[in-house]
Design a protein around this ligand. Structure first.
Ligand SMILES: Nc1ncnc2c1ncn2[C@@H]1O[C@H](COP(=O)(O)OP(=O)(O)O)[C@@H](O)[C@H]1O
Ligand SMILES: [Mg+2]
Length: 230
């Protein structure tokens, strides 16, 4: 059995929107292991983004227990959470969130330069990451001159540049055409196996379900079943 990277028990999250209370997560349990690509699937509004926000320490929760890389995230201060994310978690979003004024290589290098790494060293690491996503030849190109699929691959390189153990992708293929979505998923799968990381991919794009090692089905704030895809 591979190493456990994430362990969640009975997570409950309630949003208070004015008078109304939204129970976004209701007693959610989940485990994720090293080298595993887990897909979290379910209809819009079922709580997928809320759940990955909780387990990645971006959002607090009311009840339950969540351990990431052996750390009880509820015991961390806000500063510790920020440092923990900076060291251990990578994020990929539906909208690539690249900075338009920076070239690919500088977008990828940014998390390192923010963390205090020298510009030369950061660009060296960024170059390696662009290589890993097959975009070494686009290092000096700005996002507006790249296709959607290429922009998402730059975003993946940026999410990996600090060598996180856990990578959270929220709807990574939802704004891509079929072919680019397949290329992005093949890449995410390869990274999961080769870099010894864990990947959680939130999606309701059934064209990519086949890339999952494990599929967790979510509905109305609950995980209804977890299936291993052999
Ligand atoms: N900041 C918030 N304040 C109030 N309600 C929220 C907030 N974020 C999400 N919700 C509600 O929580 C539920 C789950 O939302 P979300 O996690 O975004 O679902 P999904 O990602 O599966 O589409 C929805 O009913 C949504 O309206
Ligand atoms: Mg969402």
């Amino acid at each position: 059995m591979n190493k456990n990277i994430l362990h969640c028990e009975n997570i409950t999250k309630i949003f208070n929107a004015g008078e109304a209370e939204v129970k976004a997560l209701q007693r959610v349990n989940l485990d994720v292991y090293e080298n595993e690509l887990l897909m979290l699937v379910g209809p819009s509004g079922c709580g997928k983004t809320t759940f990955v926000s909780v387990l990645s320490t971006l959002l607090s929760f009311e009840e339950g227990y969540c351990e990431v890389l052996g750390k009880d995230i509820n015991k961390m201060s806000d500063e510790e959470k920020t440092a923990f994310r900076g060291k251990n978690i990578g994020f990929v979003f539906q909208s690539f969130n690249l900075l338009a004024s920076l070239s690919s290589i500088d977008n990828v290098a940014l998390p390192l330069t923010i963390a205090g790494v020298s510009r030369d060293e950061a660009r060296k690491c960024a170059k390696e990451m662009l290589n890993a996503v097959n975009l070494a030849d686009k290092a000096d190109v700005k996002p507006n001159n790249l296709s959607g699929g290429q922009q998402q691959r730059v975003a993946i390189a940026r999410a990996l540049v600090h060598q996180p153990k856990l990578i959270i992708c929220d709807e990574p293929t939802s704004s891509l055409d079929h072919q680019s979505g397949q290329v992005v998923m093949q890449l995410l799968k390869k990274i999961t196996k080769e870099k010894g990381v864990s990947m959680i991919v939130v999606t309701h794009d059934n064209r990519i379900y086949k890339y999952a090692d494990t599929t967790a089905y979510m509905e109305d704030g609950m995980i209804l079943k977890v299936e291993k895809n052999l």
